[in-house]
Design a protein around this ligand. Structure first.
Ligand SMILES: Cc1ncc(COP(=O)(O)O)c(C=O)c1O
Length: 442
């Protein structure tokens, strides 16, 4: 055994960390030991305000007793049971609970374990649906530049992030992309939905002109989070919906970030006023306490695939842990918490104050755009010449060391605090970011 593979206490070598600059991190590690409410606590016991709900996922705040107890009780009763040709009550209960909050008609729920699996599942269901309804020529999938749909092959192919694709070869065939909706020249410093850009949806017409009736589905995030908070232009999603209807194309919303109250409604589709045919979720579904994702599918799609199939398995797809008892118990408890504490409405009520905080940074050095919607804000910085991401990474470290967790992507700061955030937290988050931006002005 060489030195690296020998387990040692406190050895950081073995864990190949995801989406991490491993060498830089391990040279200067920052560790979180526990969490409660709006705060993480480091191994040194320092409190850090969570400005990002973990990774856009701990929407109800950390360490929620109701969720923890539901998981504990479920683990003691039924640790695991298959959902292939068998069932257990809590999985059905969780699906029914999810369906209570999805848009009208989207009341069939397929469980996965992550947002990535939800994205790939949604794409597969879309293809299976087109085939089931006699449109087997519809094999093309359309995503959008700067879209993020996780890291499965479906997700990175339909997603539109160059660096996430370039190490991994040819991707799925028959995939095309719409242009992204970021128009800084026209929409910089917009509050809420930017005014310009609805016409960008018309690019779908051009793809239909090119590919005819071979497009199965379009998948977009209602608000693109991971590539730096791209808020949909006013009317854009409506136009996309209308074009999908006109051309027999399914519209999939990836609501992995926008689900569970983030935009001030239970799902983002309600806030933006557009109902997709298929909706993916994960993250806030269990308040991130146990991994779980899900895909909500319109009844008509379910029926086309399931009711019309010959006897036997109707969809050859699923995961060992689809509807895992612990995750299902966490989902039921998390959804109940959202309802009892009216978390979506709470987020909506805080939105203006949060937006004021974000836009107060406008005149600071190197701030070139600020955008917000729901409890999400993006602050775009001018990167250092020849050193992309350097300024944002340094600001991230400064904020962390001053007790505020932010997220950066490229030279953009992305904020998405738990929905229980209060005004003093908001003040603290933006005050700390302001100081860090000033300190990195040079
Ligand atoms: C819109 C969207 N889809 C999919 C994913 C992937 O989710 P996961 O990391 O759980 O696979 C994410 C993660 O941030 C996301 O933001």
């Amino acid at each position: 055994m060489n030195e690296i593979s020998t387990p040692r206490p406190n050895n950081l070598d073995a864990f190949w960390m995801p989406f991490t600059a491993n060498r830089a991190y391990k040279a200067s590690p920052r560790m979180l030991a526990r969490a409660e409410g709006m705060h993480y606590y480091t191994t040194a016991g320092e409190a850090v305000i969570d400005g990002t709900a973990g990774l856009w996922c701990v929407n109800a705040g950390h360490g929620r007793r109701e969720i923890t107890e539901a998981i504990q009780q479920q683990a003691a009763v039924l640790d695991f049971a298959p959902t292939f040709q068998l069932g257990h009550p809590i999985a059905f209960q969780a699906a029914a609970k999810v369906a209570e909050h999805t848009p009208d008609g989207l009341d069939r729920v397929f469980f996965t374990n992550s947002g990535s699996e939800s994205a790939d599942t949604a794409l597969k269901i879309a293809l299976a649906y087109q085939r089931a309804r006699g449109q087997a020529q519809r094999v093309r999938l359309v995503g959008r530049e700067r879209g993020y749909h996780g890291v499965g092959f479906g997700g990175i192919s339909v997603g539109g992030i160059g660096p996430n694709r370039k190490q991994f070869g040819a991707m799925l065939p028959y995939v095309d992309h719409l242009p992204h909706t970021h128009l800084p020249d026209r929409n910089a410093f917009s509050r809420g939905l930017p005014a310009h850009g609805a016409h960008l949806a018309d690019a779908l017409e051009a793809l239909v002109a090119l590919h005819g009736d071979t497009i199965a589905a379009v998948m977009v995030e209602p608000l693109a989070g991971s590539t730096g908070v791209l808020v949909p232009p006013e009317g854009y999603l409506q136009r996309l919906r209308a074009l999908c209807d006109k051309h027999g194309i399914l519209l999939i919303f990836d609501e992995v970030i926008t689900g569970f109250g983030r935009l001030g409604t239970f799902f983002g589709s309600e806030r933006v006023g557009v109902t997709p045919d298929i909706l993916t979720m994960a993250k806030g579904l269990t308040n991130a306490a146990v991994p779980m994702g899900a895909v909500a599918v319109h009844d008509r799609i379910f029926r086309a695939i399931v009711d019309e199939a010959p006897a036997g398995i109707e969809l050859f797809h699923g995961y060992t842990y689809s509807g895992h008892p612990l995750a299902a118990a966490a989902a039921v408890a998390a959804i109940d918490l959202h309802v009892r504490e009216e978390l979506p409405a709470r987020a909506r009520a805080m939105e203006d104050y949060f937006a004021d905080g974000a836009h107060s940074l406008k005149d600071l050095p190197n701030v070139i755009d600020i955008r917000n919607y729901g409890l999400v804000a993006g602050i775009e910085l001018q990167g250092r010449a020849g050193k992309p991401t350097d300024r944002a990474v340094r600001i991230f470290h400064r904020c962390f060391d001053a007790g505020v967790l932010i997220r950066t992507t490229g030279d953009i700061i992305a904020l998405s605090p738990p929905l229980i955030v209060e005004k003093p937290h908001v003040d603290r988050i933006f005050g700390t970011i302001a100081e860090a931006i000033r300190a990195e002005a040079a």
